[in-house]
Design a protein around this ligand. Structure first.
Ligand code: NAD
Length: 355
């Protein structure tokens, strides 16, 4: 069976790791028909848009995409492409597994956890009021009228909406994911004591829905305390269920626990579409030098293969990554070696071939 997959190479190191991942996935022998589509800085230059409608249409058509990182211009008024993609395709669940990898020395062994992050609401929904704008002024006046809330005149404002319906679907997703992947515990991170009507609602909704999954253990923990516990004893955790912002931050923390951003894959999943991408960004500091670690992108590709039903090929890619890391002679700079992106991809593709 042919699988049509949109490839969005992205910015910075994106094209380098995208080429590496394509090489490895093609080595599995699975029939993948790649549809290259632009997004990010190069799309803006050539198509006048950071996220051309044609790219969204292609993903709607193929239903799955593998995506490299995209640079988010800071403070320019552009909506983040990543946020737009997740919202426009309603990719409400981000799944980011972090597991200890062979041959990658870290502080803790035996880490095997998965961050399930709500992907569409919270402070990342994009409801923002620029300091000094007419809208910010009107909002200030309205807030004073509504509840006597005083917002300083020189403040910018970002809103944090969290809904029952948005929470229910991510909670159910987390529990179904736990069941399907033989995981035994879901831990929710929150700050419900301080943000009663957003985090509080997330916690209450999650707690109520958790009762429908008596076979999976349930745990509640304040997100600041959770951060400390993760650094001290990450093996205490299994599935972490988090609102958008905390999920973003803690998935990088989890990446750090198992050896760094170059290793951690991710998926953005909705009812209809799924976009797979590494947790790392476009790494402008090393872009174009050919030294980026392609493993996060390759493992994102393995998640894609599993999603489209190619379970054996997915397992072979993951096994090949483990084999190359365990053997240890091919390592990129972030893992203490001197190998290039291409050398790493070639080694993993050969291991897939030989598997
Ligand atoms: P980053 O992840 O790009 O880089 C952080 C550090 O990790 C850098 O030192 C970088 O060299 C290193 N690193 C990242 N990926 C690596 C890899 N594969 N191999 C080796 N080293 C790697 O984070 P940043 O610098 O905060 O962000 C850069 C840009 O990427 C920003 O514009 C940001 O908005 C964007 N970003 C995009 C995504 C995405 O598209 N999903 C995610 C995060 C950040």
């Amino acid at each position: 069976m042919t699988h049509r997959v949109v490839m969005v190479a992205g910015d910075g190191i994106g094209p380098e790791v995208a080429a590496a991942a394509r090489h490895v996935l093609d080595a599995t022998g699975v029939d993948l028909e790649w549809m290259d589509r632009p997004a990010g800085a190069s799309a803006l230059e050539h198509h006048g848009s950071l996220l051309p409608e044609g790219t969204l249409d292609a993903i709607r058509d193929c239903r799955v995409a593998l995506k490299g990182p995209i640079t988010t211009p800071v403070g320019t008024g552009f909506r983040s492409v990543n946020v737009a993609l997740r919202q426009d395709l309603d990719l409400f669940a981000a799944v980011r597994p972090a597991r200890s990898l062979p041959g990658v020395p870290t502080r803790h062994d035996g880490v095997d956890l998965v961050v399930v992050r709500e992907n569409t609401e919270d402070l990342y929904q994009g409801i923002e009021f620029e300091r000094g704008s007419e809208e910010a002024r009107a909002l200030r006046v309205r807030l004073r009228d509504l509840g006597g809330f005083e917002v300083r005149e020189d403040a910018g404002v970002t809103l944090k909406p969290i809904s029952v319906s948005g929470t229910q679907r991510i909670v159910r997703f987390a529990f179904e994911y736990a069941r399907a992947n033989r995981r035994t515990k879901v831990t929710v991170g929150h700050k419900a004591g301080v943000m009663r009507y957003s985090d509080g609602l997330f916690l209450e909704t999650a707690r109520a829905d958790a009762r429908g999954y008596p076979d999976v253990a349930w745990e509640e923990i304040q997100v600041d305390h959770l951060s400390a516990r993760l650094v001290q004893r990450p093996s205490d955790f299994d599935v972490l269920l988090l609102p958008n912002l905390y999920g973003d931050i803690l998935s990088d923390l989890c990446a750090g626990l198992v050896g760094g951003l170059g290793l951690i894959p991710g998926a953005n999943i909705g009812w209809e579409y799924a976009v797979f991408e590494p947790v790392h960004g476009s790494a402008p500091d090393i872009a174009g030098t050919g030294i980026a670690n392609p493993i996060a992108m390759i493992l994102s590709g393995a998640m894609l293969l599993r999603h489209v039903g190619e379970l054996d090929a997915a397992a072979r890619v993951e096994g090949a990554v483990d084999a190359v890391l365990r053997e240890g002679s091919v390592r990129t700079g972030d893992l203490g070696g001197t190998s290039t992106t291409t050398e790493m991809a070639d080694a993993i593709a050969s291991a897939v071939d030989g598997a």
